[in-house]
Design a protein around this ligand. Structure first.
Ligand SMILES: [Zn+2]
Length: 179
């Protein structure tokens, strides 16, 4: 399987625009479920090609594995949406739970499953002012996420452009062969 053999390159503008749309969408969903928690999943895909049928297929497998993992950990997904967009696939799930360990379960999934290392799993709630608040790893006093190539901090590798897009794509292809 070659994940990046086709696809439409996205402009920075369309990626940034999508980011705004995503923020508004997450807030809208949580306003319908103000007491619940929202999970958002996207793929961390380097380069300007963000999707194609192969990437969408891998994404569907990834969210199926994630949903199963949630069930195994007794997290009930009550409202799920999958959007297959040109800027990349997106998945949203409202969790009927006020448990504090939801983010931990997501972090475990990200690190335990090979495919999890490609996934950006974010957890959101509304605060008392009805603003969207992200629950991040730092608040949980966890070590920062590791780069899937060299195991340094993922943030540092992204910032320093340590790995070329070709190298990242090759690694992602390798990771996806095993699912
Ligand atoms: Zn690295």
């Amino acid at each position: 399987m070659e994940l990046f053999s086709e696809g439409i390159a996205q402009t920075l503008e369309s990626i940034l625009e999508n980011k705004e749309v995503r923020e508004a969408y997450k807030k809208k969903v949580l306003l319908s479920y103000p007491k619940q928690t929202l999970i958002s999943i996207t793929f961390n895909i380097p380069g300007s090609i963000k999707t194609n049928p192969q990437i969408e297929r891998v994404f569907q497998l990834a969210i199926t594995a994630f949903a199963r993992y949630c069930r195994d950990n007794e997290l009930k997904l009550i409202d799920t949406t999958c959007k297959l967009l040109a800027t990349g696939p997106e998945y949203y799930a409202v969790i009927d739970s006020t448990r504090e360990d939801i983010k931990n379960i997501c972090i475990q999934f990200e690190s335990f499953y090979q495919i999890g290392r490609l996934m950006d799993i974010d957890v959101y709630r509304l605060n008392a002012e009805e603003e969207l608040v992200i629950i991040d790893r730092d608040q949980l006093d966890r070590t920062p996420r590791k780069c899937f190539i060299c195991s340094n901090s993922a943030k540092a590798c992204t910032r320093n452009k340590t790995h070329s897009i070709a190298e990242l794509r090759q690694k992602i292809n390798e990771m996806c062969q095993t699912i």
